[in-house]
Design a protein around this ligand. Structure first.
Ligand code: FPP
Length: 248
């Protein structure tokens, strides 16, 4: 089991990452299928390689002092994929938690699910619920896994919760809506990285992305390594964020 060490200031300076790094990074892990196809392998081979890439990126996020990492693992639209691929993804999710939970927990990682776990097979649901329960008091990296997640569904569920609570419309503001989303309590989303060259959000963190920066990389997710992750963070750090204001 590996114990993750935070990078020292000197190490961060050497990487060109001194300064304000993002607190919350979202990643659309795209390109597993294309990566596998290029190798004349089934799509599930790409997803397995993607799971291995994720292991390194979670560790790196911790070492860089990122507070929240949110990854898009399974969208509300992914149910439309062939059943064999959906089952392969469920198998990988279960395997991931069985293999990683001790290391994640030992390193203070807190696992959070964004999405409705109800429709998942019992085994997948149980291992996610166990991981969430076991790590809920950890204070290190918040590792949010968007699973059966769709941003529109998230916003609809937030609206329903607010309406059901009977809060008068005059009291509904942005803060209440934010607090009613799955990401309630997480820092503002600073950066969205999408791999494999596509430049769209695909129903990921629509509300939260209001002032996020976007970095697109042509690298397919299974090849997305710590060097590429750092490059994306460095690109974010070069941006001037104005949040609608004028910066002198
Ligand atoms: C998108 O690539 C990727 C997914 C829909 C699934 C992401 C899953 C993993 C990285 C592996 C397991 C995850 C966990 C949390 C253990 P795609 O299949 O759409 O690629 P393509 O666009 O090239 O076809």
């Amino acid at each position: 089991m590996r114990i993750y060490e935070r990078y020292t200031d000197a190490e961060l300076a050497e990487m060109g990452l001194s300064g304000d790094r993002p607190k919350h990074v979202g990643i659309i892990m795209d390109g597993n299928g294309r990566w596998a196809k290029q190798r004349l392998m089934p799509r599930s081979f790409g997803h397995r390689a993607g799971m291995e890439a994720l292991h390194e990126i979670v560790r790196e996020a911790h070492c860089l002092g990122i507070k929240t990492l949110t990854v898009y693992a399974f969208s509300t639209e992914n149910w439309r994929r062939p059943i064999a691929e959906v089952n392969a993804l469920f198998g990988l999710l279960t395997e991931y938690f069985e293999k990683e939970i001790d290391e994640l927990d030992a390193n203070g990682v807190r696992i959070v699910a964004l999405g409705d776990l109800e429709p998942f097979p019992q085994k997948v649901k149980a291992c996610m619920v166990d991981a969430i329960e076991r790590t809920k008091n950890n204070e290190g990296l918040n590792f949010c896994i968007a699973i059966n997640y769709g941003s529109r569904a998230e916003i609809v569920s937030a609206i329903k919760r607010i309406v059901d609570s009977g809060i008068p419309s005059a009291q509904i503001g942005e803060e209440l809506v934010s607090d009613s989303l799955y990401t309630s309590g997480q820092p503002e989303l600073d950066l969205i990285i999408r791999t494999a060259g596509e430049q769209r959000l695909s129903n990921f963190l629509l509300w939260q992305a209001a002032y996020a920066e976007f970095v697109f990389t042509p690298v397919c997710w299974p090849d997305f390594d710590t060097a590429e992750f750092r490059r994306c963070i460095a690109e974010f750090m070069k941006r001037t964020r104005r949040f609608g204001k004028v910066v002198e």
